[in-house]
Design a protein around this ligand. Structure first.
Ligand SMILES: [Zn+2]
Length: 551
């Protein structure tokens, strides 16, 4: 999220007045060690550890002075510009303690909540140490085994499902069943909003007894007492693992029949029990578990919680203003809920900011003194949804096989059929090819058809998400032209991002700070020691019990 995201959400979109605006205190400077343009791994690691690092690095920092900048590899161009895909680490790194490890050492409860995969760069930077953000197999393993996170909520079930039981869905590079392991370690498991409500109700009903005792997996509950021996002084507390999609959660604009209208007048659209919970619902569940008001018998040291509206970034990668505004609304509603929680007590602090701007979005473009708010609000679906819809409908075409040879030699009949699919899908999303004011030309449809055939030929499935997805990017561009919202990039940019704070110690955040300073200030505010915390938790992986899924 950058400054223009706020303007769009407040003044052009469905969210209306933003609670964020009431608590703006400054700016965070987002550069990484090796680039003025950070990725989420380096961006979030700065907040989690209080140290700068290289792009793509999660919870690890350069050896030496980690807050030095390093341009020696020419990385302000090449390595810094590779986006979220694989990229080089340009120097030796070492693990750095996180605010979560410091909090756990101090006896606090901890949690991560996100709308992306829970193994994605931002939550990963608060809960694992890996040199390459793409190593999500290892990130999930560390989340389950090395930390005592009480709350893990978001998407990314594919990183926890075993390859043996779910060969089609599992994204793991090993044969572990992390779902079973997590259950064994005392996590209540949730796959939808109803499960999450039930899990939280059960935790409250049982008085927040220790996680081991809530084990519903039939595993040997005594196992934890041996593997956890070095950490016997810590009470695990209740634990809940909610994974509501195989990959990222659906965009807000796609999650509701009436698109973003449910956000009008400060409301949050409601969802059914069978659906993924909203960001606010996940935050509410996390607060119940972490606050543990119901468990007065426990020595409550407080808690640390990370809440990420991670798909603001994804929508901006696709230059998709409708998707961005929906995610911004959800982010603001969650921030409002956190402010209400903090306001009701005298010992809490909420800090909000972002890892980086994405898209270099501008409010207005193309030499025009306007944004077409009506066109913006006419958007009903995300570019991701339209891309997946087109691919899904194409796969239903009778007798058409989109393999590589036929893709390059797509005949007129096939092309016309795909064209009709694309036009219908765009119309459902709020863009009418026959309406000149929607600025979608024949050439645009042809480009979408070509990208869709290429996508299927390349094996891109309906589960494909934003990264480097030409079909989605093309659709995003076409759907947004009429808005006159401008975009300068499909990657991140290095602009300073807004910083918000409310509660005890909020004054310290006033002004413009390096991102790692913001991390240090959060660590200071919580009064924890990440370095000592890391020392205590670093050997956790080496004591994984042989009884559990073999590596
Ligand atoms: Zn991004």
């Amino acid at each position: 999220m950058g400054p223009a995201h706020l303007t769009l959400a407040r003044d052009a979109g469905a969210c209306g007045a933003l609670t964020l605006d009431e608590h703006l205190v400054g700016a965070s400077r987002t550069r990484s060690t090796n680039s003025l343009v950070t990725d989420s791994a380096a961006g979030a690691t700065a907040y989690a550890t209080g140290h700068r690092t290289y792009n793509h690095v999660v919870g690890e920092v350069p050896v030496g002075d980690p807050n030095d900048v390093d341009f020696t590899s020419g990385s302000n161009s090449a390595s810094g510009a590779t986006g979220p895909g694989p990229g080089p680490v340009t120097g030796p790194v070492r693990p750095a303690g996180t605010i979560v490890e410091g909090a756990q050492l101090a006896g606090m409860r901890t949690g991560v909540v996100t709308t992306t995969r829970v193994t994605h760069a931002t939550p990963a930077s608060f809960s694992s140490h890996v040199a390459d953000r793409n190593d999500e197999t290892e990130i999930a393993l560390e989340q389950v085994y090395t930390l005592d996170l009480n709350v893990i909520l978001g998407g990314g079930a594919a990183q926890f499902l075993s390859k043996d039981a779910f060969p089609e869905r599992s994204a793991r590079n090993d044969t572990r069943d992390l779902m079973a392991d997590a259950k064994h370690r005392g996590y209540a498991i949730a796959f939808n909003a109803g499960d999450l409500n039930e899990a939280v109700a059960e935790i409250v009903r049982s008085g927040g007894i220790k996680g081991e005792e809530t084990d519903q997996g039939g595993g040997d509950a005594s196992e934890d007492s041996s593997t956890a021996a070095p950490f016997a002084n810590r009470q695990f507390g209740p634990r809940v693992l909610g994974l509501f999609a195989d990959s990222h959660l659906a965009y807000e604009i796609d999650a509701h029949e009436d698109s973003l209208a449910g956000f009008a007048n400060g409301a949050t659209p409601s969802r059914g029990d069978a659906e993924a919970p909203s960001l606010v619902a996940m935050l509410d569940a996390a607060l119940v578990v972490l606050d543990a008001k119901f468990a007065e018998h426990e020595n409550d040291e407080g808690f640390f919680l990370l809440v990420e509206a991670g798909r603001i970034d994804h929508g901006a990668h696709a230059n998709d203003a409708g998707a961005v505004i929906g995610e911004m609304c959800a982010y603001d509603r969650a921030f409002k809920r956190a402010v209400e929680y903090v306001a009701a007590r005298n010992d809490a602090l909420v800090v909000a900011t972002s890892d980086h701007d994405t898209g270099g979005v501008s409010v207005g473009c193309c030499d025009a003194y306007e944004v077409d708010v009506a066109k913006l609000n006419a958007l009903k679906k995300s570019a991701e949804f339209v891309a997946n819809d087109i691919v899904t409908e194409m796969l239903k075409l009778d007798g058409v096989v989109f393999d590589v040879p036929s893709a390059t030699a797509a005949n007129a009949t096939v092309e016309n059929a795909v064209r009709a699919i694309a036009i219908a899908s765009l119309a459902a999303a709020g863009r009418d090819v026959s309406d000149a004011s929607d600025s979608v030309g024949d050439a645009d449809v042809s480009a979408i058809v070509a990208a869709a055939i290429e996508a299927i030929a390349a094996g891109d499935s309906v589960t494909h998400t934003y990264e480097g997805y030409e079909l989605q990017n093309k659709i995003g561009e076409v759907m947004n032209r009429a808005n006159k919202v401008g975009w300068t990039s499909r990657a991140h940019t290095g602009v300073d991002v807004p910083l918000f704070a409310f509660g005890v110690g909020a004054e310290a955040f006033r002004g413009s700070h390096d991102n790692f300073r913001v991390g240090q200030m959060m660590i200071d505010a919580l009064g924890v020691d990440p370095v000592e915390g890391y020392k205590v938790f670093r050997d956790r992986l080496s004591i994984v019990d042989a009884d559990e899924t073999p590596p």
